[in-house]
Design a protein around this ligand. Sequence first.
Ligand code: FES
Length: 187
Amino acid sequence: MNQEINHEHRHEEGEGDRACLSRRRFLLFGVAGATLVALDSVPGLTRLAQAMVASYPSQKVGSLSALKAGEPLEFAYPYPDVHNVLVKLGAPAGGGVGPAKDIVAFNQMCTHMGGPLVGTYKGNHQVMGPCPLHLTTFDLTRHGMVVSGHATESLPQIVLEVKGDDIHATGVMGLVFGYADNTGGHA
Ligand code: FES
C-alpha cells in the first residue's frame, strides 16, 4: 500500500516540479492500492492503466433506461469540482458497461494543460475534442487515448458498474489534471 499518500493539490503546491514528483511517486507506488479492471480493447495499455486506477465510494451517475446515444450526461465524481461526462457511444468501448458495452465516462479536463473539454464530444467518431487550447482529441472507445494534439496522457476514465438499471461510478483510471495523486482525498 502506498504509504506516501498525500492530498496535495497541484494548484496549491504552486511548484510544477513538486507536482511532477508527486505524480511520479503515485505512478510508482500506487499499484498496491489500486483496483484492477479488465481492459480488453487495448492490451498494450493494460499494465499501465491497472497501475493508475483508484477506487472511490460508489455513486449513481445515471440509468440504462434513460441514457440515450449521443446525449451525454454530466456529473461530478469523485469530488464536487471534478466534472465528467457519461456517454452511450453506440459502439463497444474499453471499459464500457451495459448490454452493448458502449457506456463510458470520462473526465472533461484536458490532460495537457487542463483545457475545458465540455461540449466537445463528437458522437459520429466517439471522440472528445479537439481541446480549445491546443487541439488534442481523445478516443473514448480506447480508454481516452490521445488521437492527435499536444497531450501525451489519456483522458482519465471513470470506472463504471451496472447494478440493475443503475449506472454507478466506482473509481478513476488515471490522474485528473491538477491533482498530484488520486489515491486519497481532496486537499
Ligand atoms: S490544454 Fe488541451 S491540448 Fe493543451
